[in-house]
Ligand binder design. Structure first.
Ligand code: RB5
Length: 150
């Protein structure tokens, strides 16, 4: 199950992403917003972040005007690794190397076609282990206050 959320700045991207997921038969939970009326992006970041960390959703997608504000808010929730992505390479590498669990994109930065493509890459790229496991564990240690830099 994929958790989806956006503000007004990301609404058009999310409409395109939902259509593509529907076409592919991929299940999602839609946490809104549901129009281009102005809303506050932290609300949607919080709902999707909680769905991913506690609500049984494996991955999340968040869109706002830039992808930045909504990623900042999501990253405040323990266990979230939200990444702003503006190109195909980033969509792949943030899954492979950073084990990102939420993809963030900006409706004032990329096209709907790009958002659909980056989402497809993100959802279909596996996490790589070995040195990347170790580095992601270090991120988690920083989050938990147990990290010790040498
Ligand atoms: C809303 O105008 C805009 O600030 C928001 O969508 C996002 O870009 C924030 O980072």
């Amino acid at each position: 199950m994929i958790a989806l959320g956006c503000d007004h700045g990301g609404y058009k991207l999310m409409v395109a992403i939902k259509k593509d997921l529907d076409d592919k038969g991929i299940a999602y939970k839609d946490f809104g917003t549901d129009s281009e009326a102005s809303v506050d992006y932290p609300v949607y970041a919080y709902k999707v972040a909680k769905a991913v960390t506690e609500g049984g959703c494996e991955l999340g997608i968040l869109c706002c005007g830039t992808g930045i504000g909504i990623s900042m808010a999501a990253n405040k929730i323990k266990g979230v690794r939200a990444a702003v992505v503006n190109n195909e390479f980033g969509a792949e590498m943030t899954r492979r190397h950073n084990h990102a669990n939420i993809l963030c994109m900006g409706g004032r930065v990329i096209s709907e076609e790009q958002a659909v493509k980056f989402t497809d890459i993100f959802l279909n790229t596996p996490e790589e282990g070995d040195r990347h496991d170790k580095r992601v564990a270090m991120i988690t240690a920083i989050e938990n206050g147990t990290f010790e830099a040498d």
